[in-house]
Design a binder for this molecule. Sequence first.
Ligand code: TRH
Length: 363
Amino acid sequence: MKQTNWTWDIFCRVIDNHGDLGVCWRLCAELGARGHHVRLWVDDGAALTWMAPSGSLGVEVRSWESASQITEVGHVVVEAFGCFLPETVERAIAQQPHTVWINLEYLSAENYVTRSHGLPSPVMQGPAKGCTKWFFYPGFTPGTGGLLREANLAARQLQFDVAAWRSAMSGQQAIRAQERWISLFCYEPQGLAALMLELSRSSQPTRVCVTAGRAQSATNQACQALGWPLFGTDRLHITPLPHLSQTEFDHLLWACDLNFVRGEDSLVRALWAGKPLVWHIYPQHDLAHHDKLRAFFNTTHMPNSLRRVHEVWNGISSASVLDWPDTEPTDWAAWGQTCRNDLTAQPDLCTQLVNWVEQRRVR
Ligand code: TRH
């Protein structure tokens, strides 16, 4: 691995949910682990108290407001998800022609990503008029910026003890033979109550580990609609989880047989888990997420039965029942493994970003 130690200024505005901060934090932490010095400027860093309670080597968290005092920026400025930089920062960039200014975009498997990745975006107005920022697109295929994946991820996964994790998590409800473990991180999906009912009728006992926040509220509502207690039924145990750190969240995904995830960062983490997953995509008002979801189906060659589940879960299909199979088909498991293997064969986002910045800096 290349040894560079640049200073990075990464700017993040939290729009809603946890993905903006979640992605930025993972990037910061990985850059820090690779010897860089990172300042994360965020307008609402409250979620870091549970996402990253111990902080990370080489990463300083600064409030967005304090960026109004900036007179100098680092070697690299990352504007996450088009968050618009404070004027002071743009002014500093204009004074430092060697600074590389990157607009880190949202993740998508759509074709425009390969076309747009790495393109310049000349700045036409404001204090940085005349400067250039560069689009950096994460993605699933060669020709994109890749996916965030820590250099030590595989080693951490190898050391992870699923049985020990499950027994620590099981709490009052003892683990049953052949229990199927499912993690649930979602918004308010179509068919949640119907899914729970189907799972409760399955020949295999099921435990659903429900993440804190919207997933838990939606699950509670589904239980009420079904007339169940909040801890589920004999066949379907519901384990509510507290907010986990990102590291513990990874453990949850590694420990479960199947993961329901949402947004952006948890999707990538579920892909690294190498298990079958159901993605609740972030909904957009213009329904642009429908194409985004289909592009993911096609790029990853998702089995048809799993696509149908996704279409119901995401409200794309008119059906309201997921038609959950009694036992998950073997091609779901094979798909999860193939995705992980194929994506692991590609260079990770942090490596690509550092190489890419290096090329820009020597010009
Ligand atoms: O929270 P999200 O729905 O975020 C979304 C998406 O990023 C979406 O693209 C964006 O436009 C919108 O936010 C604003 O899902 P995501 O992306 O998976 O982010 C969740 C983060 O929270 C992720 O880093 C994992 C982390 N997390 C924990 O660390 N602990 C937890 O207990 C849970 C439930 C999540």
